[in-house]
Design a protein around this ligand. Structure first.
Ligand code: 4AD
Ligand code: MG
Length: 479
């Protein structure tokens, strides 16, 4: 058996009682031909391995370079050096894989930039920052399943290939096996999708919501957690073409119930990370301070990363209507000084600058906005009594903007048909969706949390490309 080893996270917490252990990992640094800092990814901390003089020949010593992989067996002893309680006094050192220091992209004199690491995303897991980010990402994913499982929700795997445009925004990646050169055509010149793999036009899903609704009207409470795809040509620090979304869907929930659940959910995730990823968050907090040193004082975060998270935990989210939000914007000095780039008036889709003003300048905490104009929201949202707004709710977070989008769904068959017609949603193809309004329709609600935006919020990473292992963005599909 090869994998007879103890992970570093565990070793760092034991007593230096001389017990024999085996460690495997990658060299972070090697000092004085004596001290090897080894990391195995279980924690951002390294284990100091001490090689006594004469244990290894010169040939072997030369091969201990940053990035090389090792197997070390030795005794756990008290460390004389600063910075660690225990260290490993090596008895045997075996080099599992060499690493040419001339060619290793992470062997840099200066601290590599995030941009450089993005270009070397295949190796960036090995850095402290990305080690921390992706351990937190993992932890949050686990917390999400735990949250819903503990509440009795059923996890539904909604399809990735779909024939419908759930959001009606038309920003979809086509899925086809038709040849580009000899595309089969109908008499009128349009593409004959009957010849395509599924016999119809298909795309990668933009949301699992519509299928989740089918689940909710049987299990009561369900959620999806999977990849979603949007062919929006947005090159921003908050958009990905492939991102993960969590979409709970609950029968017998109105918009208020929906907001309560979403707020509880976000706070649960934050609390979980604070409780289980303290060390990683401290490292990321420090990183953020370093990053912000380049900014003028007034552009820096007022609170440290962990203080920000604690602040969010300890305060309830502000709840306002879209109409109130527009009034706040119109009455702001920011507006009077013409500092908004986009127009502000009732009916607009809130732009990122508007969202950030509300959250970061006005309320200084997460805000839930409800009652958006029907015209700018998806067809499935429930029409309010006023006949012009819908029971939508978006949650806006400091530094991120929209982190959650959700709504109470239109459960009234006739109203839904009306909305579909008004928004040019093909009613014929959506009979399966309409069936749940025909057969025992119930008030129900749900929302979608952008997973990467949540990871950004918790880790304080400014660019969404730095919280997903391999980012897919316009003109970029490496690795
Ligand atoms: O607001 P959206 O488009 O809502 C839906 O898809 C609904 N079907 C959700 C539901 O009610 N079940 O997207 C939900 C969230 C956004 O608030 C945002 O956090 C994230 O998904 N999101 C993106 N994240 C990264 N890159 C993109 N291109 C994103 N588009 C949306
Ligand atoms: Mg949205």
């Amino acid at each position: 058996m090869f994998n007879k080893r103890t992970k570093i996270k565990e070793l760092l917490s034991i007593e230096p009682d001389g017990r024999e252990v085996t460690v495997m990992g990658w060299v972070r640094s090697f000092r004085n031909n004596q001290f090897i800092a080894v990391n195995d990814g279980s924690t951002h901390q390294n284990l100091q391995v001490v090689v006594s003089l004469g244990l290894l020949n010169d040939e072997t010593l030369k091969r201990i370079t940053a990035g090389a992989s090792l197997k070390v067996t030795g005794e756990m002893v008290a460390s004389l050096g600063k910075g660690q309680k225990v260290e490993l006094k090596a008895n045997t050192v075996e080099i599992l894989g060499d690493c040419d220091p001339e060619k290793y992209p992470l062997q840099l004199k200066n601290r590599p930039t995030l941009e450089y690491l993005r270009e070397n995303a295949h190796l960036r897991f090995r850095t402290n920052t990305f080690g921390a980010v992706f351990r937190v990402r993992h932890s949050i994913a686990y917390a999400i399943h735990k949250f819903f499982n503990d509440k009795g929700f059923v996890y539904i795997h909604t399809p990735i290939i779909s024939a419908s445009d759930a959001e009606g925004a038309g920003e979809m990646f086509r899925v086809t096996t038709l040849p580009f050169d000899k595309t089969p055509r109908n008499d009128d010149g349009s593409v004959n999708f009957k010849e395509d793999f599924f016999g119809k036009s298909t795309n990668l899903t933009v949301s699992g919501q519509l299928e989740a609704e089918l689940g909710a009207t049987a299990f009561s409470d369900v959620y999806t957690f999977g990849p979603t795809f949007r062919a929006e040509n947005s090159n921003t620090t908050r958009h990905l073409a492939e991102f993960w979304m969590i979409e709970p869907e609950m029968a017998f929930y109105d918009i208020e119930d929906n907001m309560d659940l979403a707020e509880e959910f976000i706070k649960y995730i934050i609390q979980y990370a604070i409780d289980h990823n303290r060390e990683d968050l401290e490292l990321l907090a420090q990183r953020l301070i370093e990053e912000e040193k380049q900014l003028p004082q007034d552009k820096r975060s007022e609170l440290g990363l962990i203080e920000k998270l604690e602040f969010v935990l300890n305060n309830s989210f502000e709840r306002i209507t879209y109409t109130e939000a527009i009034d706040i914007l119109l009455n702001s000095n920011h507006y009077k000084k013409k500092k908004f780039q986009y127009e502000v008036k009732w009916g607009i889709d809130l732009q990122s600058e508007h969202e950030r003003y509300l959250v970061e300048k006005h309320f200084k905490k997460p805000v839930i906005v409800t009652g958006y104009p029907a015209a700018i929201k998806a067809f499935y949202m429930r029409m309010n009594e006023d006949g012009k707004t819908v029971a939508a709710m978006d949650i806006l977070a400091p530094g991120i903007g929209e982190i959650v989008g959700g709504s109470q769904r239109e459960e009234r068959y006739n109203k839904l048909i009306e909305r579909m017609a008004a928004m040019h949603v093909p009613v014929e193809e959506m009979q399966w969706y309409l069936d749940i309004r025909r057969f025992g329709s119930v008030p129900h609600s749900g929302f979608g949390l952008g997973f990467e935006r949540m990871v950004q919020f918790v880790t304080g990473m400014t660019n969404i490309r730095d919280v997903i292992p391999f980012a897919r963005t316009p003109k970029n599909c490496e690795f």
